[in-house]
Ligand binder design. Structure first.
Ligand code: ADP
Ligand code: MG
Length: 713
């Protein structure tokens, strides 16, 4: 009878109730399958034996043959420890146990050959090994030793309770014995053939007990591929289901508004990237499915015009459109620039924010409902229940990372009124098309994994003629030179940002730094020759706006601010961005801030001010900023420094729960996995071909258990 992998781990020979409890609580191993999928962290060479006189400080785990010459109980304030003198033909060292001394003392013999294994410490001029794996040489020789012995994840509690790596390895062997090492295949013959993958059983065997480095590498590849393949399959299926189920308005006209604007009022030649993205959007809008698209583009890449032209397509088809931005300042700015573009086309556009007056609101509500208002721009205020559209066809969200999924879905419900579903069969309202825009570039591979339910467009090109921003790193003691530089720029008619960090926990200190900075700048740049604006989070939003406007109009030359200006403001005449305590900012924040300059025709500069004390991560961040302006390159470095956990969306996506693959390091495997997932679904969207039986089964199991590694059974 074959063993069922859902069998509780307690039944495995050599486990027993105590060990089972520990495995459950410490490593979440409940079943045979969980154990099988406990993948090693790394491998070490157990064919090599060291002599004590060969040991080096900071060496990794070593294995030594020798004998015990004496036992000693040492009482310390913190409790007793057992110290054992261990000797080989070159020297002596100590083995130390802090727990379980009695049992250890009784089970060990002097003058008998043992093999010990573990990490050594160098302490008081002597090597010691705490809690070694220890085994009689006679026992040791019975076991197969490999140059690639698996080292499993563990916890302090497990090793204290005697569940050492050797024990885990032993029960793993037992599992292979009981199951005969035969496991259900989860991939198709085609995929296995084309990629020359090991079978599931071979891969699992070699991941735990590698027969050679080559087989280990192939086992790792196969399992990583499999893990990523099923994530991709799931995401792509979700997207396909979405497209087939969720009907959208079909915008099949490209008419008066779009064409007139394109022919007569386009303020500049579109970049190729902008054209490509517009095409992608047009094709979505013209299909019968609801668009759900993410538009990524670096700061200054020109997303606004793409948004506007997409709205024109909506208007051409008789629909209303809206644009939502995360802050008042940003929505005002969007409103102002869109308003300009709308004028020659006679399009009605309004702004709705938290500070809109009641009378204005009333007017907006009415004109929205009767359809007179064509475009509405605003903040979260758009999401209020009172805001009802006659026929909202396209909703655009700027700076996606500031909004959650919940808000996105709220927008979905905004086109509530008597729309007749275009294909007749959808019950209820048809949701508007959704375009979310973000200036926080996420490496494409990661974006694919976390925004699987969105299609992705990328503007990967800046408008021609932009001068790259020159970025330098200066230490605090060079401040006078920096001030001199600022004076020269102001003399040329430019404007300057000086930004201070603001981090919640140290808020008080940060405000003090900001105010001190403001004072010293005020001294250095005195009125009436110089006018200075200041904006920070403790100000009322009217006051902030007032100061922002003064700066935007050129009435002040310097804007001293906390990071509230991080997102989206557009003052093309500002050419210098000074970032104080730059070492305290994250890379993407630095990049966003830098994006505030370099928007005009003039050469722009970014000056990163720091003290001399810098961590190595800070140094990497600063060097990256100095070396490149490319948001995607910066995002890659950021991802390497921080890991994917800090990126919005990763929590929901499951990429953090990967067992064996790593979305960053295994980018190439991810691409392959995505390619094959697409290929399989293209050929067989319902996974009904006999060829895909294993895949369908695995996919179903996976959905059932909500975990990628729980599906083989
Ligand atoms: P972002 O992608 O950061 O939102 P914007 O849409 O605000 O960028 O565009 C930044 C600036 O570049 C704006 O002043 C805009 O008018 C200008 N711009 C956008 N596209 C082009 C283009 N193809 N050629 C020249 N200037 C452009
Ligand atoms: Mg923008």
């Amino acid at each position: 009878m074959s063993v069922n992998l859902q069998t509780p781990i307690d039944y495995l020979k050599g486990v027993g109730p105590n060990r089972a409890d520990l495995l459950k609580s410490e490593l979440s191993i409940h079943t045979y399958q969980d154990l099988l999928n406990l993948f090693p962290n790394r491998y070490i060479d157990r064919t090599r034996y060291y002599k004590i006189n060969e040991l080096q400080q900071n060496s990794a785990e070593v294995q030594i043959i020798g004998q015990i010459t004496s036992f000693k109980e040492v009482a310390k304030k913190r409790g007793k420890r057992l110290v054992v003198t261990f000797q080989d033909d070159t020297s002596t060292m100590e083995l130390v146990w802090f727990r379980g001394q009695k049992w250890i003392r009784e089970s060990l013999k002097t003058n008998t050959p043992y093999v010990i294994f573990g990490k050594t410490n160098w302490y008081n001029g002597k090597f010691s090994m705490p809690h070694p794996d220890i085994e009689l040489v006679s026992e040791h020789e019975k076991n197969l030793r490999s140059a690639m012995q698996a080292i499993y994840p563990s916890t302090e509690k497990l090793s204290n309770k005697g569940i050492t790596n050797r024990v885990v390895s032993k029960i793993m062997q037992q599992l292979f014995l009981e199951t005969k090492g035969k496991f259900v295949e989860t991939l198709s013959e085609t995929i296995k053939g084309e990629l020359k993958l090991l079978s599931k059983s071979e891969a699992l065997f070699n991941i735990h007990f590698p027969k050679s480095p080559e087989l280990l590498a192939r086992a790792q590849f196969r399992l990583k591929f499999e893990e990523l393949f099923y994530i991709q399959l799931q995401l792509i299926l979700k997207n396909l289901i979405h497209k087939s189920k969720i009907k959208g308005f079909t915008f099949d006209q490209v008419g008066h508004y779009f064409n007139t604007f394109y022919k007569e009022h386009l303020p500049f030649e579109l970049t190729n990237a902008q054209k490509r993205v517009l095409k992608e959007i047009r094709s979505d809008l013209g299909s019968q499915a609801q668009m759900n698209r993410l538009l990524q583009g670096d700061v200054g890449s020109g997303k606004t015009i793409v948004a506007f032209m997409s709205m024109l397509i909506g208007l051409d088809n008789g629909f209303q459109c809206c644009l939502m931005a995360p802050t008042e300042i940003l929505s005002v700015q969007h409103y102002n620039s869109l308003h300009e573009l709308c004028k020659p086309l006679n399009i009605s556009i309004k702004l709705l924010t938290g500070s809109s007056k009641t009378s204005e609101r009333k007017e907006i509500h009415e004109s929205l409902e009767n359809g007179d208002l064509q475009i509405l721009v605003g903040t979260h205020a758009l999401l209020e229940d009172k805001v009802k559209f006659k026929n909202l066809g396209l909703a655009i969200i700027d700076e996606q990372h500031r909004f959650g999924v919940a808000q996105r879905s709220k927008l979905w419900k905004k086109s509530t009124t008597q729309n007749i579903p275009p294909l007749g069969e959808t019950k209820g309202a048809v949701p508007p098309h959704i375009l979310v825009m973000t200036a926080t570039p996420i490496p494409r591979t990661l974006a694919m994994s976390i925004y699987g339910d969105l299609d992705i467009s990328v503007i990967d090109e800046l408008p021609a003629g932009r001068k790259p921003i020159k970025t330098v790193h200066r230490y605090d003691n060079n401040r006078l030179k920096v001030f001199k530089f600022i004076k020269d720029e102001i003399a040329k008619g430019r404007q300057i940002y000086v930004v201070y960090p603001l981090i919640q926990e140290s808020e008080k200190m940060d405000y003090k730094d900001l105010m001190d900075g403001y004072e010293s700048i005020s001294r250095e740049f005195p009125m009436p020759n110089y006018q200075i604006s200041i904006v920070h989070g403790k100000m009322k939003s009217e006051d902030k706006d007032y100061e922002m406007q003064r700066f935007a109009k050129g009435e002040t030359q310097i804007m001293v601010a906390t990071t509230v200006i991080e997102v989206g403001v557009n003052v093309p005449n500002a050419s210098v961005m000074v970032i104080e305590s730059a070492e305290r900012f994250g890379l993407s924040q630095l990049h966003q801030l830098r994006g505030r300059v370099g928007r005009g025709a003039e050469q722009s500069y970014c000056i990163l001010m720091t003290s001399h004390k810098l961590s190595s991560d800070s140094k990497t961040r600063l060097q990256t900023m100095v070396h490149t302006n490319d948001g995607f390159e910066i995002a890659e470095v950021d991802l390497k420094l921080r890991g994917p956990g800090d990126i919005m969306g990763t929590q929901q996506s499951g990429v953090l729960n990967l067992r064996i693959a790593d979305v960053i390091k295994d980018k190439d495997i991810l691409n392959q996995a995505r390619y094959y997932a697409k290929k399989v679904l293209h050929l067989d969207p319902t996974l009904t071909l006999p060829e895909h039986k294993a895949i369908l089964y695995t996919y179903k199991q996976m959905s059932k258990y909500r975990n990628i590694w729980n599906y083989i059974s």
